[in-house]
Design a protein around this ligand. Structure first.
Ligand code: AMP
Length: 387
């Protein structure tokens, strides 16, 4: 039997609200508008088209500084705080579209993140004079990237290794770079990109500013900062709880491991047109669940880290084009899932790191829509939830 936790105020007796103080998304108290922060009107229109109306804390703190100063910035902020717009809007503002040179370089640890940043910048400039952004990430066809770089390019968003490869091939030069952004710098160091980053610092010596974003600031980051920053960079720290406030209904259901497939299956049956992602902690778990649900006839795809990049792309394309209604994903593979209109996220198991919970749940309730995030909790895990 599936034991369903209830909470007095819930309209739907099937789930109970997630009560964990750590997990719960907090309301952000925001006073300023993007206009007051100095963001240009055309970019504000681009933001509005994405349903982005009020600045988040990092945006409120970083944007005026970056627009008014040419100094360096270190911002401790995790995914979900709105950091992409925090550096993206000032960067776009500082680009001169009339000059065909690369003026801004954004380095990100993964291909998925690089693509996501590229897409965001493209969307922000929907109503602006054309600013050309090229995403140069590992795993994609390098010849195509070489060809793309023949066109005028103002900003490149790149993974470190691929950027160096392309420079070696003389497909681009960073000589005219004015602003360098390092996103998820801690991840880049833990992935072993220090050498590449040092090379990139050396190749962009003429830059005016360096903006470093990192969820954590371990010792290794301090040493990187010494290598790439001026003496007195501006420091910003964003509280972990200040993730973008979305309309996500957080719930959980108590069920044993054996009952999870049955629970998910009965939930999916009631979804009609609704689409969503089911997160698993392990690759093996995702494969098993995928088989079980496929046998039951659900239009489902599975994405995990053992698939080749090409296979992952095929799965994502199929999901985006709505050929499959549901997606099973592991955390690493899910990093860049950027699909609009997802109604729900199910956590087959709670993730090991709480940041992943936020990251997973953030796949739903995009662009002003509502979403539900359901965690399946085994009885022995009850202590993890504070209800
Ligand atoms: P990021 O931390 O940059 O990965 O952003 C996380 C998500 O929040 C993205 O889907 C953004 O489109 C969205 N977002 C960014 N800024 C805002 C904002 N001010 N209000 C609402 N959503 C936002």
């Amino acid at each position: 039997m599936i034991l369903v936790a209830r909470h007095g105020s819930s309209n739907d007796p099937e789930f109970s609200h997630f009560r964990s103080a750590v997990i719960k998304h907090k309301q952000i108290n925001m006073s300023k508008t993007f206009k007051e922060l100095g963001v240009r009107e055309d970019l504000i229109l681009g933001l509005q088209a994405l349903g982005i109306i009020k600045p988040t804390e990092i945006q409120e703190k970083a944007i005026p500084f970056l627009l008014e100063n040419s100094g360096d910035l270190i911002a401790q902020a995790q995914t979900g705080t709105g950091k992409t717009a925090a550096f993206g809007l000032p960067l776009l503002t500082k680009i001169n579209p009339k000059s065909p040179e690369i003026q801004g370089v954004i380095i990100a640890p993964t291909r998925e993140l690089a693509k996501q940043i590229g897409k965001q910048l493209f969307r922000y400039t929907k109503f602006s004079e054309k600013i050309f952004v090229e995403v140069l990430s590992g795993g994609d066809n390098i010849d195509r990237q070489v060809a793309a770089l023949q066109r005028p390019t103002h900003i490149v968003v790149a993974t470190p290794g691929r950027l160096i490869d392309l420079i070696k091939r003389r497909a681009l030069t960073l000589i005219s770079t004015k602003h360098l952004v390092l996103d998820e710098a801690d991840e880049m160091l833990s992935m072993g990109f220090k050498k590449e980053l040092l090379t990139i610092f050396g190749l962009t010596r003429g830059r005016r500013s360096t903006w470093l974003f990192s969820a954590t600031i371990p010792d290794a980051i301090h040493s990187l900062i010494k290598d790439c920053m001026s003496e007195k960079p501006h420091l910003l720290k964003i509280d972990k709880a200040h993730v973008v406030n979305r309309d996500i209904d957080h719930r959980f259901a108590i069920c044993s491991r054996d009952e999870k497939t049955e629970f998910i299956s009965s939930f999916l049956k009631r979804q009609k047109e609704n689409r969503g992602v089911i997160f698993c902690r392990t690759k093996a778990g995702s494969v098993v669940l995928g088989k079980q649900l496929t046998i039951k006839g659900f239009p489902i795809d599975v994405i995990h880290g053992d698939l080749t990049q090409k296979e992952r792309d095929t799965v994502m394309r199929s999901f985006k084009k709505e050929r499959s209604q549901f997606l099973i994903a592991t955390d690493v593979a899910a990093r860049g899932i950027d699909v609009e209109g997802l109604s729900f996220v199910i956590h087959h198991q709670l993730p090991e790191q709480i940041e992943y919970y936020t990251h997973r749940s953030g796949r739903t309730a995009r662009a002003g829509k509502k979403g539900i995030s359901i965690a399946l909790i085994e009885p022995r895990e009850r202590a993890k939830i504070n209800n």
